[in-house]
Design a protein around this ligand. Structure first.
Ligand code: CUA
Length: 201
């Protein structure tokens, strides 16, 4: 975005410079009309048409990838996220894992986040992975995200929700396939140990 905006800025400055130096008295009336029509056609019709077509060509497929559509080739991981003032409760319904303000996902796997809220409207957003979606009380919104690189991705609340809003950040950690499996085992082991202890009593 920065690179493109620099190119656009340079072009606008060049146009401005060109306009300052241009001497309209060199043209007759008909010449001025022709020049004006050319600017309207090129800058008012051709430029926006081309820009919008290019934007849509990139935007529609990437928007499509964020929809929770059935994936026939790959398993989709489901993670439930419940927003609270002012934290995120994260649960893995298939694994019985619960976390606060922390999300672990495997790379190269589509993850469907089922997002709701316990109180007011919040906004779930991991900027480096995709768009944001509102967390609305009494409703579940589903957002599909996928990380292609292992690492830590910052997440935040993108909807003003009261005095703790600015502190409603969370961490999303993307693991390689093996790393995620061992993370699950570690979490699962803790759970079964807890259950065993409860059973012994
Ligand atoms: Cu939650 Cu802002």
């Amino acid at each position: 975005m920065f690179a493109v905006s620099v190119v656009v800025m340079a072009f606008i400055v060049w146009l401005w410079w060109h306009a300052l130096r241009h001497n309209p008295t060199e043209l007759d009336r008909a010449g001025e009309d022709r020049l004006r029509d050319r600017w309207i056609l090129a800058g008012g019709i051709a430029l926006p048409t081309v820009s919008i077509v290019v934007l849509l060509a990139f935007g529609i497929p990437s928007g499509h990838r964020m929809l929770p559509l059935p994936d026939e080739e790959r398993a989709v991981l489901r993670i439930d996220v419940q927003a609270h003032r002012w934290y995120w409760r994260v649960s893995y319904p298939d694994y019985g894992i619960e976390l606060i303000d922390e999300i672990h996902i495997p790379v190269d796997t589509p993850v469907d986040f089922h997002i709701g809220s316990a109180d007011v409207i919040h906004g779930f957003w991991v900027p480096r992975l995709g768009g944001k979606i509102d967390a609305i009380p009494g409703r579940i919104n589903v957002l599909r995200l996928e990380a292609s690189q292992p690492g830590e991705y910052g997440g935040l609340c993108a909807e003003f929700c009261g005095s703790g809003h600015a502190h409603m950040a969370f961490g999303l950690i993307a693991h390689g396939a093996e790393g995620f499996a061992s993370w699950l085992t570690a979490q699962g082991a803790t759970e079964s140990v807890m259950k065993d202890e409860a059973g012994d009593e």
